[in-house]
Design a protein around this ligand. Structure first.
Ligand code: ATP
Ligand code: MG
Length: 578
């Protein structure tokens, strides 16, 4: 494709409303343009990347046995009233009336429409299981559309729905889709993790979010370093941590130490000249009106979700200074497990069981205890529990390898729905015994347009985008430094034809522009390989090549280019696979 005949309006400056890198670069690279809040036009170059993403999704969904359909975007209110979501969905659902005053909405998702379709068509167990998907625009009137393609109002989604005769079969459908999602995101060349997601009442492993790892991601994830052999990952707040066996280490006799005015862990660290990990942090709460003491290692953060689940309490508040005094007999800052009176038991994080010889508050103003052995020196019963946030280095709950903390962008979500919609919409079939049964459903979404943004959040530098080869709008970028020079232009034409014969699509910058402009644009757009042809190079018998990802430049012989290019190109692709 010759740039001079194409349409790539690149910009030097990003629009002022662009906060995240992908938004800035997509606009600057001329790939998208904003029409209005949360609604974007796909420009030619952007559309090519979007199409590549769609093709990968399509290929893997087809391979997994899902069948493509296209459902209408405009949906009648009656279906949403039947499912109960007309009232529940809130303002994200864009509603409107037709000329007959009938209510409609723009589809934010398609459970109602697909269930309505299937209930009218599928009558027998012989027609099941069935898995249908579509790739289609969705509309959600998001409260805060932002970050460009990341949270749009109109966006492209691949949504699939499975229908099964029983739970066992539905679980198989779910596992099949989970594998398909692995294949899709791997094929796109993205670094991702499936993360167990909240399923509310369904529970267990029947919902996973697929996260593209990027420092700018909204979610903090604890992920196993054993990837891909171990694919365990969870939201940091939800990551369960293992029990720790009791230590057998001995500990000198406990003693009280004067620590006037040393209230916080930081102050204590300076005072004792020790790391925060040497201390026990005691947190006092009122949980539904009852005093509660929680102990963690000094350098750890309490996980409030885990605590409230453990206590089964709705209202957990930090104790006031008066309540602290009532519980410990001391001012704030001197609470500890030994000699604590005002609570029934102590909730202690597993980690504290694995070591001894702690320093903790002495429940006496201005005093701490050293050489504390929890098993030996504490009178109250101790409830050992998982109470803290996961940190890097904690053991993976699945395989024991260390965890790492990453940030992620949700690009996909799979969910076992059960009978929520099939019951509400009466999607039933006759089983082998002629008995009516309700279908078991699953739903599986991918934010295809969000994938494009997430891919950039994962792959960019100060000069622009670095597209993974699988999602790049073109395979190669030919930079013609002197289109007026016949020799140079002829060489570029020949390279373009050579690449095309190899099945590689090239963007051929034949514009009458300064080299600096062309190089900047090439880096901005981020096609994985750049091939630069100029008069000076040709005089020396070379053609310059550049790997956009590493920035590494090299030269290939002008005369032996066709022989030398494949090996160099393979080495660039191989670099992406690492
Ligand atoms: P989020 O928590 O980000 O709002 P969601 O839970 O509402 O996502 P789903 O209903 O599971 O999302 O939709 C499936 C996929 O569609 C998501 O995983 C995400 O990739 C994408 N998606 C959802 N909302 C948007 C949006 N406003 N803009 C772009 N993509 C979106
Ligand atoms: Mg949402």
């Amino acid at each position: 494709m010759r740039w001079s005949r194409y349409y790539i309006p690149t910009l030097k400056e990003a629009p002022s409303d662009a906060e995240v890198v992908s938004h800035k670069l997509l606009v600057r690279a001329g790939m998208i343009r904003k029409l209005t809040s949360g609604i974007y036009t796909w420009m030619p170059l952007g559309l090519r990347t979007l199409e590549k993403a769609k093709q990968i999704v399509r290929r893997e969904m087809n391979a997994a046995g899902s069948i493509e359909v296209l459902l209408p975007m405009v949906q009648p209110a009656e279906l949403w009233q039947e499912s109960g979501r007309w009232k529940k969905y809130g303002k994200e659902l864009l509603r409107f009336k037709d000329r007959h005053e009938r209510d409609y909405c723009l589809g934010p998702t398609h459970e109602e429409v697909i269930t309505d379709l299937i209930r009218g068509e599928v009558k027998s167990y012989r027609q099941l299981p069935l898995n249908l998907y579509q790739i289609q625009e969705k509309f959600r009137d998001e409260v805060r559309p932002r970050f460009g393609l990341m949270r749009g109002r109109q966006f492209l989604m691949k949504d699939a729905y499975s229908f099964d005769v029983d739970n066992e079969s539905a679980n198989k459908s779910y596992a099949n889709m989970k594998q398909a999602y692995h294949n899709i995101f791997s094929s796109m060349g993205l670094d991702f993790r499936p993360v167990e997601a909240d399923t509310g009442s369904i529970g267990g492993s029947f919902s996973h979010e697929f996260m593209v790892l990027a420092d700018t991601g909204e979610d903090a994830i604890a992920a196993c370093t054993g990837w891909p052999e171990c694919s365990w990952a969870a939201n940091v707040e939800k990551a369960p941590l293992r029990e720790v066996p009791a230590t057998t280490a001995s500990c000198p006799a406990m003693e009280e130490v004067d620590t006037p005015d040393q209230h916080t862990i930081e102050e204590l660290c300076a005072f004792f000249k020790l790391e925060a990990s040497a201390f026990i942090k005691t947190l006092l709460f009122m949980a539904d009106g009852k005093p509660v003491a929680v102990m963690l290692r000094g350098d750890r953060e309490l996980n409030e979700i885990k605590l409230s689940r453990l206590l089964g309490a709705d209202d957990i508040q930090f104790a006031t200074p008066e309540q602290v005094k009532a519980m410990t007999g001391a001012e704030v800052g001197f609470a500890g497990p030994a000699g604590l009176k005002g609570v029934e038991s102590i909730y202690a994080d597993f980690e504290l069981r694995g070591a001894t010889d702690w320093i903790a508050g002495a429940n006496s103003t201005g005093r701490h205890v050293a050489h504390l052995d929890l098993a030996r020196d504490v009178e109250l019963p101790i409830v050992w529990a998982d109470l803290r946030n996961a940190v890097a280095g904690d053991p993976c709950p699945c395989c024991g390898r260390p965890l790492e903390i990453k940030r992620g962008i949700e690009v996909g979500h799979i969910f076992k729905l059960g009978t929520k919609y099939s019951e509400a919409l009466h999607a039933v079939f006759l089983d082998e015994n002629g008995k009516e049964q309700t279908m078991i459903m699953g739903c599986y979404g991918i934010g295809v347009s969000r994938v494009v943004a997430a891919c950039i959040e994962q792959n960019y530098d100060e000069n622009g985008i670095m597209f993974p080869p699988q999602l790049a709008p073109f395979d190669a970028h030919i930079v013609c430094l002197d289109p007026k020079n016949e020799d140079v232009a002829g060489r570029c034409d020949a390279i373009d034809a050579f690449l095309a014969a190899r099945g590689l699509e090239a963007l051929y910058d034949d514009r009458d522009e300064r080299p600096g402009v062309k190089f900047k644009d090439a880096d901005l757009i981020g096609i994985p390989v750049q091939i630069t042809v100029g008069g000076k190079g040709l005089a020396k018998g070379v053609i310059e090549v550049k790997d956009r990802r590493t920035g590494e430049k090299g030269t290939l012989p002008a005369d032996g280019f066709e022989e030398a290019f494949p090996a160099w190109y393979e080495s660039v692709l191989a670099g992406w696979k690492k």
